[in-house]
Design a protein around this ligand. Sequence first.
Ligand code: SF4
Length: 486
Amino acid sequence: MTENAVKKVYRTTPEEVDKVRKWILTEDYKEKNFAREALVVNPAHACQPLGAEMVAHGFKDTLPFVHGSQGCASYFRSTFNRHFREPAPTVADAMTEDGAVFGGQNNLFEGLENAYTLYKPKMMAVFTTCMPEVIGDDLTAFIRNAKSAGHVPEDFPLPYANTPSFNGTHINGYDSMLKSILEYLTEGKKKDGAPKESLNLIPGFDGNTANYREYKRILEAFGIPYTLMADISDSFDSVCDGTYRLYPGGTPLEDAADSINAKATISLQKYSTIQTMRMVKDTFAGSAEVMPMPIGIKNTDAFLMKLSELFGKPIPEELKAERGRAVDAMTDGHQYVHGKKFAVYGDPDYLLGLVSFMLEMGMIPWHVLCSRSNRKFEKEMKALLETSEFGTGCNVWINRDLWHLHSLLATDPVDGIIGDTHGKYLARDHKIPLFRVGFPIIDRINLHRTPLIGYNGAVNLLSMIANKFLDIVDDTSDDQWFEMMR
Ligand code: SF4
């Protein structure tokens, strides 16, 4: 030790580190870990305003407006930047200490006026972070005051949503913002007479831009006129041609306004559109349908048959052929995944879709974890597991985080993990592969450009999973088993 070296107050010996490393893999530690009440470690969800911002980016010429702290806004933006590798143009009124003491109305006034003048949006979607929610800012009054004081024109669309993050997750923020935008845009737009021959499709919170394109392709194959709500496919997967566009895509506002007259509205995510679909059911002219995400054959069949039934059109031949090819691919590939155990975590609707696909493939969703959900979801997931022998004995964990999952993987191991990037530490610690599905995926590129819904999505999911297991066999097999063909 040199003369100037800092003497550590407490030194952990390598033996002690090793002892703890082994201890956190035991049943004893798991028991203590599961007794945790006030602490969450590595949750598999984001906060409400992030979901609200995703919706705002999905409408044409719309500027997301964060009422609250600058740091929160940076977190949402940077998460979108990292996942999509695209800009996420958003403004924040940057409340600081004085806003926290006196309320954020002045911040909102100044922010709205500047954003309206500088960025020339056709709509601003306002949502809150924790700080204004904790101090009780009255967003309804603030927005009304901003208009009457002339900070934005009286007729300028300013839908808003309260999105407190200490309650719910990004899917609840998605729901609140979407409901608010649709309520605002459709007000007074209902026409007399029969609903028009078109469909409103709500994908729900989905960070996979290719899924949105796939929905559009399916509807176009059917020849069904549609409005895809909160369509982020171009907003977050825009062309690179040397011109920067502030608002590169999104659902046209006039189409969203006219959606109240459509023959039907289908939501493909039950849990992320609860309030929205309640509003649609109460106020829209057409029927309101809620279906599972079309991941895997069964759910895609149900989606296509619903479209066929609602619009009286036959299933297009090209989609029938895709189904046949998907079934063939699944038959060819099932031997590589059949009987393997998985841990899968994420949003409730994604989980229901993924588990349905896994059961079709004979994969065992041994640990299904949703880090913020309720008994209704737990019951629905258990009922789904009971439909297949591959669901027998599987475990559903709600309101548990990825550190709980660490204990589960140590004491009751599986062959692979399916979830977003946050699971990579688990994968490394337990030496099993992570199949990146969900949001955010910030350590791999372009995965959001590969669809996971529909028949093609089933082939993509299977290929990703089966080929990784084949890689592992090649990487680890002895010379005598190293084969050209698998
Ligand atoms: S949880 Fe609250 S404080 Fe944290 S980033 Fe989200 S809105 Fe901001």
